[in-house]
Design a protein around this ligand. Sequence first.
Ligand SMILES: Nc1ncnc2c1ncn2[C@@H]1O[C@H](COP(=O)(O)OP(=O)(O)OP(=O)(O)O)[C@@H](O)[C@H]1O
Ligand SMILES: [Mg+2]
Length: 549
Amino acid sequence: MPSAANAELLDRLKYLRDLQDRAARIRKGVALYYDDPVGFAANCMRWPDGRFLTDYQCSILEMLGKPQSDGAHRSRVAVRGPHGLGKTALAATSALWFALTRDAAGVDWKIATTAGSWHQLTQYLWPEIHRWAGRVRWDVVRDGRRFTRAELQNLNLRLNHGSAFAGASANAALIEGAHADSLMFIYDESKAIPADTFDACEGAFSGTGEALALAISTPGDPAGRFYDIHARKRGYEDWRVRHVTLAEAVAAGRIDTGWAEQRRVQWGETSAVYVNRVLGEFHAGDENSVVPLRWAEEAMARWHEWDQAGRPEPAGPHTVGVDVARSGEDRTVLAPRRGNVVVELRRSVREDTMQTTGRVKGILDADPDCLALVDVIGIGAGVLDRLREMGCKAEGFNASAATSRRDVTGELGMANVRSAAWWSLREQLDPSASPDLCLPDDDMLLGDLTAPGWKVLSGGKIQVESKDDIRKRIGRSTDDGDAVVQACWSDSVDFPLLGSIPVEGIAEVLDAKGTWAVRPEDAGPPWAQPSTVERDPRSGTVQRSPFGA
Ligand SMILES: Nc1ncnc2c1ncn2[C@@H]1O[C@H](COP(=O)(O)OP(=O)(O)OP(=O)(O)O)[C@@H](O)[C@H]1O
Ligand SMILES: [Mg+2]
């Protein structure tokens, strides 16, 4: 048995021999840039109009190319920063540098790419690899031989001595199973990558070969492995971290000041979404938001999965939430929803009620199963009246009406229908309840959903911040969020009951009970009447008597 000292010596000799072998091989072509990713980008890629990588992209690539200590090349780099600074482009460039230089040097290599969502790999990272591959100067790199279709495929690259592939972030085993003398791990949108997938690369770092890791993301919750690395927690000192600031990204021309300013106004300077996406920093926490940012982002990732799966028809009720503009600056927003999917947002500005009515009717005519839920405070009442007059399936949503709805635990009541509906959306997005609700990926919607705060009133009722208070605080109204909340509210009030009765039928039921004497916009929709809906606090089930009975 060799002693520990002997084993170490043998390792060292093996490494020196490898280095000599490599040095003998890498004397020409792209292999000259084996340790120099910036040189690779400068000399092996085309850069029109005198453009080049930004300064921070260069410094990050240099960090990656430079070994952390003597001995085998090891390098772990984590980058956080604002949306659009060029993180994914950086990952793509480094993947091409690594693949082409190692392959030219005859080194056995592999690149494992993963990301917080599958959609990030298929829609951003790999298309970006293809895009930057289109800039490679093949005359310098492979004697004019471009990648063939067999070499560069949608989600993988196979060359003579190695390959790059995409793996789902939930599949830590796939990452762990990557073996080669020279390994690179790329983690895009790392904030959503589970800790064990991060750790899966550690085996490579404890071996004798070359190992590089690049983790990039806009920040999310101050929790999880990506956060721990940036917070310099014990055990992650091997990672070198870089925060690219908004000022750097603006100075480099990658982010437009107008965009940043617009987001500041739209989202509010202290909102989690602004701090994460524009400042590129972790936010101290958004526990006071009715909908935490991460929950909304996860719902948007699910929407992409549904979209990529070819938009299969979801089971469940069809609704359209209609938030009618109350002032000239507000927008009217329609949010059509099918089962667990809010399909899209349709917005319009300065539209009169007849135009809005026409657009809603268009949706209802095209989908006879659909029910419109119209905000009836203010001019929305006119839209509802007209829809009803035309025999359309439409109900009023009266945010200020009373409700006997309680939260999922049965412990807390709701100050009004607005609070109940927003809280219901929160419960439909709560990760602890395995949510399936999908929301369209939209910056404005994200800002709206995370804007309202909440508190518990002394009487044990949840109160969600009012539209007016939000407008005073952030200078705009949350039209997109409200339309989505309305579209998703019907479930909570036993929508199938309403949906199964034609509108005329509902009117008859109501008339027979004599409850229609009060117009819904004055009293709130039938389901909002305290006597109609009771939740059993122990079982959590809703006991319901038909409207007003
Ligand atoms: N140095 C550069 N020169 C030219 N184009 C670039 C450069 N860096 C990035 N880009 C382009 O800018 C766009 C945005 O970059 P990229 O997607 O890499 O940003 P990101 O930081 O990953 O954004 P997100 O936060 O949305 O993930 C892409 O089209 C990319 O090709
Ligand atoms: Mg990106």
